[in-house]
Design a protein. Structure first.
Length: 148
């Protein structure tokens, strides 16, 4: 059987040339690892919901709190685990409301009688964890793909 140490002594051990070559191989490997792990943060999908400009107008008119505005603009859906969450793909169609701005009834009655429609004016993102991500930019451009 051939001894590996004797072969290395014959061809040359870990010298200057091998050190240079190792450095040149390790340098791009270290940066590739950083790029690979960066996608965990750059491509994160934060919690989001449909933007509803009409809801902002109504909230200002009736002095609604944020939860009240969400109840009037964003329907509840079930996630994969069966938990109730705000829909990220639909919003209430508020164009059916009376144009005089007089809302008769409570918010619960109001939202139960409204139809829903897909997000047509973009999304509102939860920016508490991420200021911006690739997903936020792509969803803004490719809105038809976002809710498939």
């Amino acid at each position: 059987m051939v001894d590996y140490d004797k072969i290395l002594q014959h061809v040359g051990e870990f010298g200057t040339h091998q050190k240079k070559m190792s450095f040149l191989v390790y340098l791009p490997v270290m940066t590739m690892g950083m790029h690979t792990m960066a996608m965990v943060f750059l491509a994160a999908t934060p919690a989001h919901r449909c933007r509803a400009p009409e809801g902002d107008v109504l909230a200002a008119r009736y002095n609604w709190t944020e939860p009240e505005k969400l109840n009037a603009t964003i329907p509840w859906t079930k996630d994969d685990d069966g938990n109730l969450v705000r829909s990220s793909c639909e919003r209430y169609d508020l164009s059916a409301l009376p144009s005089n701005g007089n809302l008769n009834g409570t918010l619960e009655v109001l939202s139960s009688n409204l139809t829903t429609k897909s997000c047509d004016v973009g999304w509102h993102y939860d920016r508490s964890q991420y200021k911006s991500s690739i997903t936020m930019e792509i969803l803004t451009v490719l809105s038809s793909i976002a809710c498939m």
